[in-house]
Write a protein that binds this ligand. Structure first.
Ligand code: GAF
Length: 370
């Protein structure tokens, strides 16, 4: 095949935050906002990457496929697609040159995994252009390798798997240890509910130190406790595990991961039992844990959560890695307008920038458009 157009979505993580690099449980769903790639093969070994960037500015970068290596070349958004080509070739996939032009409806730095969408759309396009026949989870795994090794962001596997494997109308229950997946129907409107996404406008990046420090802290905890990963500490074992951790910061990280895994299980049970209202308190507890124990929230996220709850939401929490980005709010449909208005007003009164607030639906994973 010589060319085509592909799309890969960003994700909202319903629950299960900072658990994926601890071999834990996550439950994201795909957004209807995507990165679209128009791609074709080239015979000259050149990778030509272009995008219409912010302000409509056209950016283009040309790289030689054979020379791609982590730590070389320009640093920036092109690391993600270039890293995918590097990871595919390193895994023995016969990938050569390509022209790839990207357009995106996903805001970068909003905690909606625009980088994973960029990686997955690149991998899917190259998979079809070069007839690689990659299975979706394998494709996600190679994108994850590109992000860790080439782009230098020490993230987990959740975002790439969500972009590659989500199914419309469902949340994806993913066990990041054995990579088993379960699609759980998520029809909030049928229960008179809606999920609002609040983009605080505060930009974040996972290639910077704070995310890596949290990850290193979790690894220290696992080593001290003599387990492979914090996933191995069950909820009932938590009090005893905490007693064996002398450092209060490491104790708090551990408490978050262990309780968050349990919240994912309880959320999956609630949805499977047809009781999505029961998600509300789990979301709010998860936010408190991310704010107080994992310490990855920020004033704008806390304000969005607290204001929505006061205005009648059933539950709310930050979503994604934190340090900015977006929150999700579960609200009864009749309360949607008043919750939206309350959050806008609170942001204006606190002199924060205007938040982007919109309802979100579970949408389809990466696909070919034409
Ligand atoms: C970011 C990372 F990319 C994910 O792997 C995950 O760790 C998330 O933060 C936090 O749950 O999106």
């Amino acid at each position: 095949m010589n060319g085509g157009v592909w799309a890969a979505p960003g994700r909202v993580n319903l629950i299960g935050e900072h658990t994926d690099y601890n071999d834990g449980l996550v439950m994201p769903f795909a957004l209807d906002r995507t990165v679209v790639a128009t791609a074709s093969r080239r015979r000259d070994g050149v990778l030509r990457l272009s995008s219409t960037g912010t302000g409509g500015r056209y950016e283009t970068v040309e790289l030689r496929v054979a020379e791609l290596a982590p730590g070389h070349g320009p640093r920036g958004w092109t690391d993600y697609p270039a890293g995918v080509v590097w990871a595919l070739r390193e895994a023995g996939c016969p990938v050569g040159g390509a022209d790839l032009h990207y357009e995106s409806t996903l805001p970068p730095g909003a905690g909606l995994s625009s980088s994973a969408a960029l990686e997955v759309v690149t991998a899917l396009a190259l998979d079809e252009l070069y007839g690689l026949g990659l299975e979706r989870q394998r494709l996600a795994g190679l994108c994850h390798r590109a992000e860790n090794r080439y782009a230098g962001a020490p993230t987990g596997i959740m975002d790439q798997t969500a972009s590659a494997c989500c199914v419309e109308g469902h949340a994806l229950h993913l066990d990041t240890r054995d990579l088993s997946r379960r699609q759980i129907p998520l029809d909030l409107a049928a229960h008179g509910l809606c999920l609002l996404l609040v983009d605080t406008g505060v930009k974040h990046s996972h290639a910077t130190g704070e995310y890596g420090r949290r990850r290193a802290g979790c690894e220290t905890a696992a080593r001290t406790l003599g387990v492979r990963a914090l996933r191995d500490i069950g909820y009932e074992e938590l009090p005893e595990a905490l007693e064996r951790l002398p450092d209060p910061g490491i104790r708090a990280l551990t408490r978050h991961v262990v309780t968050e895994n349990r919240r994912v299980e309880r959320a999956a049970d609630a949805l499977t039992a047809g009781d999505p209202r029961a998600l509300g308190p789990l979301l709010t507890e998860g936010h408190a844990s991310l704010r107080d124990d994992f310490r990855v929230s920020c004033p704008e996220l806390d304000l969005a959560v607290e204001t929505s709850l006061t205005a009648g939401a059933l539950g709310a929490r930050m979503t994604g890695g934190g340090f900015g980005g977006s929150a999700i709010v579960l609200t009864p449909l009749p309360e949607r307008a008043s919750v939206t208005e309350a959050v806008r007003r609170a942001f204006a009164e606190a002199s924060h920038g205007e938040p982007g607030i919109s309802p979100v639906q579970p949408s389809g994973g990466a696909r070919r458009l034409s």
